[in-house]
Design a protein around this ligand. Structure first.
Ligand SMILES: NC(=O)C1=CN([C@@H]2O[C@H](COP(=O)(O)OP(=O)(O)OC[C@H]3O[C@@H](n4cnc5c(N)ncnc54)[C@H](OP(=O)(O)O)[C@@H]3O)[C@@H](O)[C@H]2O)C=CC1
Ligand SMILES: O=C(O)[C@@H]1CCC=N1
Length: 286
């Protein structure tokens, strides 16, 4: 796996976000928050339920598919980079819809789990540059993690432009495409694991007699604070854990219980189940 440095800013590319829900919306918000020219961005949604929030929060042009069946087509006509953010099952139909309207040089960037570059290429014009990405929702707050894999027609400049777009709001790694299900199982789904831990800690606090609101506040602040420490340069999770764990103290007892009950194995099993589900979706939809 290669960590990639972005190139210096270049001329603003025109961006289209098709299907701007949780994930594509987080990518878009991260890019706008890092200072990107919002007048160069068009986003689409199927329905107008969340359109006002998206317009107000980002200032980009938002087109609604239910009001204009050509919304996706109009969004991509001038675009240099096109982010596909619909559910995996909808990606190839979306490619079919836009294939005749994309600029031949437009870089198509999918954020979908399980959809391979080959599956998308079969529904786009020959030679279209395609990048498969696995981002995560913390991009929205500038703390994301992204795995990128490029198809054969992606130039060095194309890849550098995509890296630059993501790297304003997270860490970016270029990975072989066959590792994308593992990336999805760790960093794509990972925010949910951290939120689950916060929920479990809050529930544990209630069992120990804390008021639910207090327990939730303590758990939230703690997971958020630990995350902030992990985000510092060269942070080492093991060293940070050891710094909290006094010999013969209280934390040691909790961690020994986690070990005895196989928590690391549980996490590994969960991640393996996520990766296996991605492989199964590829088979179902391929
Ligand atoms: N959520 C996450 O943390 C992550 C998700 N992903 C990937 O992101 C993709 C989207 O997931 P997620 O964001 O969670 O799902 P969401 O349902 O939140 O977003 C999907 C969006 O697509 C819109 N949409 C559906 N069909 C069309 C269409 N034909 N044209 C335009 N817009 C359309 C929907 O609009 P409307 O709401 O109006 O129906 C919705 O806003 C998936 O492929 C998933 O694998 C990847 C990494 C992490
Ligand atoms: O749950 C999912 O399928 C998507 C992919 C990774 C995170 N969310």
């Amino acid at each position: 796996m290669t960590s990639v440095q972005s190139t210096p800013p270049h001329a603003t590319n025109k961006l289209a976000f098709l299907g701007t829900g949780s994930m594509n919306g987080a990518v878009l918000r991260g890019i706008i928050a890092s200072g990107y020219d919002r007048t160069a961005v068009v986003a689409t949604l199927r329905s107008d339920a969340k359109a006002d929030d998206l317009r107000t929060e980002t200032g980009v042009t938002v087109l609604i598919g239910e009001q204009d069946p050509e919304a996706n087509i109009n969004a991509v006509k001038d675009a240099d980079v096109v982010f596909l953010g619909v559910k995996p099952v909808g990606i190839t139909a979306l490619c079919d819809q836009i294939r005749g309207s994309l600029k031949p040089t437009a870089v198509v960037v999918s954020v979908a789990a399980a959809i391979t570059i080959e599956m998308m290429a079969a529904h786009l014009e020959a030679g279209q540059p395609i990048v498969r990405s696995m981002p995560n929702t913390p991009l929205k707050v500038g703390s994301g993690a992204v795995g990128l894999s490029s198809g054969e027609f992606v130039t060095k400049e194309d890849l550098a432009a995509v890296v630059e777009l993501f790297s304003g709001s997270g860490v970016v790694h270029v990975v072989p495409e066959e590792q994308q299900n593992a990336v999805s199982a760790i960093s794509g789904s990972g925010p949910a694991y951290a939120f689950y831990l916060a929920e479990a800690m809050a529930a544990a606090g209630v069992e120990l007699g804390l008021d639910p609101a207090l327990a939730t506040d303590l758990a939230r602040a703690t997971v958020a604070g630990a995350g902030k420490m992990l985000a510092e340069a060269d942070a080492d999770p093991s060293a940070l854990r050891k710094a909290v764990t006094s010999p013969k103290g209280t934390t040691e007892q909790a961690l020994a219980t986690f070990d005895a009950e196989g928590m690391a194995k549980i996490v590994a099993h969960g991640a393996a189940a996520a990766a296996a589900r991605a492989a199964a979706i590829t088979k179902e939809l391929g």
